[in-house]
Write a protein that binds this ligand. Structure first.
Ligand code: ACO
Length: 402
């Protein structure tokens, strides 16, 4: 890539690139993607190695601080996060203001935004200690907020974090446990959740991350910037796709499981129907994250009593699409969301929690990108131009003569 901003400044010209298809908005040393080759690396480390050998907290450290931690650095980081998992009691009350059937995504983003009101003395984006404590608070509290949003939606009491457990174990317990009852934590589910969070942890300048950077470029604090990112993620073309996939698979099953008719509908663009979980702005090859998740889906759904007829529909859809010219010509392959919903469902999460899980995973990426943006002296407030297509100058007419 080359930097044409100086030239454009001199000539006064404007480039039009709707959807930023070819326009970079920043320099970044965090995540590398080669969409044609299907490569994804965090800080240089291949996603396949991290998904197999690392943990979500270690990956969070890597993304935010730039290097893999030593054992003592990881222990200290884990301990700091552990100390901040609780929510202020007044924030707990905040959840009761929402209607019982409130979707957990806006509850999540509202609660993150509200966190800023509880920590007003540590919001300066240019104070390193403020940024550091906000980072830890967000990493520690988002799983608690997510579990509370879920409990609220099903009318059950909130469970406080049990800090003898890991972040993932705690999240599963706060989500599915009930007070005064033991909750059996399935280690396979914990491992699958940890891996899913790693796979979602960053993806360079996607829609929600660009939102976090854009809001942050106005020097809004980290909580407000992340809250805006959660809103962006909720859209069905972005993080919302994982629930849309499950709804699509369910719809196909309900109408008799006819995969061919559905694929025909997609190819004819009937009613704008898309094969959800397929296609990606950057990947023009199999999304490497989807390849890893597909294997985990097999493991989880082959556990006793966990099978799901939707997996068969998904496998058939993938098979048809990969052999079909429509998808081949457009380079449409499964993306990260194609199989995640099936695992989340097998874990017991309702569809509306899927995008919340995506947000939990993407959080360290948002934080790392926001910090990189704030620390970069080249950062300017994000302010795109436009090509004006409206009316030329005209005179105001009195309402009586319109
Ligand atoms: N099903 C059917 N056709 C598709 C699909 C799909 N999932 N995705 C793209 N196409 C077609 C488009 O209709 C277009 O066809 P045309 O050339 O005949 O007009 C062509 O492929 C190019 O697609 P664009 O929409 O221009 O691609 P873009 O890069 O703008 O969009 C996106 C990428 C939004 C991901 C798109 O592929 C899509 O909507 N996919 C389904 C939703 C989804 O799975 N989103 C998750 C993305 S990954 C993430 O956020 C983690």
């Amino acid at each position: 890539g080359y930097d044409i901003s100086k030239l454009l400044k001199e000539t006064g010209d404007t480039t039009l690139d709707i959807g930023f298809v070819n326009t970079a908005s920043c320099n970044s040393a965090i995540t590398y993607i080669d969409g044609d080759a299907g490569i994804l690396r965090y800080r240089g480390y291949p996603i396949e190695q991290l998904a197999e050998k690392s943990s979500f907290l270690e990956v969070s450290y890597l993304l935010v601080y730039g290097e893999l931690p030593t054992q003592s650095e990881l222990d200290a980081f884990t301990e700091r996060v552990r100390q901040h998992t609780m929510l202020h009691e007044d924030l707990k009350a905040f959840f009761n203001g929402f209607p019982r059937d409130a979707h957990p995504m806006p509850v999540l983003s509202s609660a993150v935004s509200a966190l800023g009101t509880f920590y007003q003395d540590s919001l300066d984006p240019f104070d390193k200690e403020h940024v550091e404590i906000s980072t830890i608070r967000l990493l520690a509290k988002l799983p608690t907020i997510a579990a509370y949003a879920y409990k609220k939606s099903i009318g059950q009491p909130f469970l406080y974090p049990d800090n003898r457990l890991s972040l993932q174990e705690n999240f599963l317990r706060m989500t599915f446990g009930v007070p005064a009852t033991d909750y059996d934590i399935d280690p396979d589910m914990v491992k699958a959740l940890d891996q899913l969070l790693i796979l979602h942890a960053d993806h360079e300048q996607n829609c929600s991350t660009s939102t976090v950077r854009l809001v942050g470029s106005a020097h809004a604090n980290l909580f407000n910037s992340v809250s805006a990112g959660i809103h962006a993620l909720s859209g069905p073309l972005h993080g919302g796709a994982n629930s849309a996939v499950l709804e699509m698979l369910d719809g196909i099953l309900q109408s008799g499981g006819d995969v061919d008719t559905f694929v025909k509908k997609v190819k004819n663009k009937e009613d704008g129907v898309k094969l959800m979980g397929f296609g990606h702005r950057v990947y023009k090859n199999y999304d490497p994250r989807a390849a890893i998740i597909k294997k985990t889906t097999d493991t989880i759904l082959n556990k006793d009593g966990v099978g799901d007829p939707l997996l068969d529909i998904a496998l058939q859809l993938e098979q048809r699409a990969l052999e079909d010219d429509y998808f081949i010509e457009r380079k449409l392959y499964p993306n990260v969301d194609f199989y995640t919903g099936l695992i989340y469902k097998a874990m017991g999460f309702p569809t509306k929690m899927f995008t919340v899980l995506f947000a939990l995973g993407r959080l360290p990426g948002w934080i790392a990108q926001w910090r990189e943006m704030i620390e970069d002296p080249a950062t300017k407030i994000g302010r795109p131009r436009q090509i004006y297509t409206g009316a030329t100058e005209r005179d105001y007419t009195a309402i009586s003569s319109r």
